[in-house]
Design a protein around this ligand. Structure first.
Ligand SMILES: Nc1ncnc2c1ncn2[C@@H]1O[C@H](COP(=O)(O)OP(=O)(O)OP(=O)(O)O)[C@@H](O)[C@H]1O
Ligand SMILES: [Mg+2]
Length: 381
């Protein structure tokens, strides 16, 4: 329904707000754009109704290249809810909602019927609210009017830029519920911008996570929660939400006592530490105890004859780590998708423990974790 094809936007002052975005919003889909302030959400949205023109690339709505559609005509067929509600203060609620139907010269009775129907739909009694002015409504009521005004002329496409952000949490949840219910009936193609991951998860068919003018991940909410593509997305989802995953957490699956050395040690000492722990992976920290990476037995062995080499010379800093709160499913997936023998558990840069397949099995079986390498001694217990 809406397609972005290699779209970039550079503002006259040189700001590159969007970098080569390719994206399709399916018909009847509610897609949310989410990401930190300044990542390009509003820019993306405003291009759909030509409030902003791309510097490169093409945008199609319903198969038509919008650069060849008259912007005014285009906007009449695209509902738009802006963040600041934008109701016209000198017009009544009914007149505000009827704005686009009137521009489209709908017959009076059709428009009036539609206005009442929409007011009903969002729980505003038409006989009470029709003739009021925006300032005589609460913030939440005004937001509802903003939303139904965008829907009034039954546009196939609706753009919503943080429509609920100014609301208190309760009205906000109510309006989210209403939108979900509404969307089941009207099945519009909706692009919805939000800062709030809970909101996105609740209402979206798919979520596009943006960062610095690019789409980092585009998935349905379930996949986004289960398979965040990188640390940025993971942080954005928030630790709290990951904690709600089923089963034990990383902190219950790890060895606490493992083989650790500081990065300035030589390889002989590293080798001894590994042997003492019957381990094949050495965890490396710096002098202040911050996690630096892992050193594998094989790499230490291969460089062993280089007498001047230190642990930091064989260290690998880019292997996956998890937070103590990461759910089992997340840990299992790293083992399934990469070939690392173990996963360090790190919190705020500090090393907390190490998960190996053996420690994971113990944790899953509900057994107490023992010192690394000492499992065998306990097999008779
Ligand atoms: N008219 C403009 N001229 C120059 N730079 C602009 C202009 N409008 C926006 N930008 C810049 O483009 C980038 C993207 O802006 P945009 O408004 O799309 O962000 P956003 O994701 O909607 O942010 P927010 O969540 O704060 O609303 C920002 O760095 C912004 O400063
Ligand atoms: Mg914005």
């Amino acid at each position: 329904m809406i397609t972005f094809e290699n779209v970039s936007k550079q503002y006259p002052d040189g700001t590159r707000a969007l970098k080569n975005i390719t994206l399709t919003v399916e018909e009847g889909e509610l897609l949310t754009l989410i990401g930190p302030s300044g990542c390009g959400k509003t820019t993306t949205m405003k291009m759909v109704n030509r409030l902003i023109e791309p510097t490169e690339g093409k945008i199609y709505v319903d198969g038509n290249d919008i650069s060849s559609i008259d912007p005014v005509e285009l906007r009449r067929n695209i509902g738009y809810v802006i963040q600041q509600i934008g109701l016209l203060p000198h017009m009544t609620i009914a007149e505000n909602v009827a704005l686009i139907p009137n521009l489209k010269k709908w017959p009076k009775d059709k428009t009036q019927k539609r206005v009442d129907e929409l007011l009903d739909l969002v729980g505003l009694d038409p006989s009470v609210f029709r003739d009021r002015y925006p300032l005589e409504l609460s913030g939440g009521q005004q937001q509802r009017v903003g939303v139904i005004r965008a829907l009034a002329a039954e546009p196939p496409v609706v753009l919503m830029d943080e429509p609920f952000s100014a609301l208190d949490p309760i009205s906000r949840e109510q309006l989210q519920d209403e939108l979900v219910k509404l969307q089941k009936e009207i099945k519009k193609t909706i692009v919805f911008v939000t800062h709030d991951m809970d909101e996105a998860i609740k209402i979206a068919d798919r979520i596009a996570v943006m960062k610095d003018g690019e789409i980092v991940q585009l998935s349905d909410p379930e996949t986004l929660l289960r398979e965040p593509k990188n640390a940025f997305v993971q942080n954005f989802i928030g630790e709290e939400r990951l904690e709600s995953g089923k089963g034990p957490k990383a902190s219950q699956l790890m060895f606490v006592k493992t083989a650790v050395v500081t990065e300035t040690k030589g390889l002989a000492e590293a080798m001894k530490t590994l042997k003492d722990h019957l381990a094949d992976t050495l965890l490396v920290i710096d002098e202040s105890g911050n996690y630096k990476g892992v050193a594998f037995l094989e790499d230490i062995h291969n460089s062993y004859n280089e007498k001047n080499m230190k642990v930091k010379d064989v260290l690998k800093s880019d292997t996956p780590v998890v937070q103590p709160s990461a759910p089992y499913s997340f840990v299992a997936e790293i083992f399934a998708k990469t070939n690392v023998p173990s996963i360090p558990v790190v919190e705020k840069n500090k090393l907390v423990g190490l998960i190996t397949k053996a420690s994971m099995m113990r944790g899953l079986a509900g057994l107490k974790q023992v010192e690394m390498g000492k499992e065998e001694e306990l097999n008779g217990e």
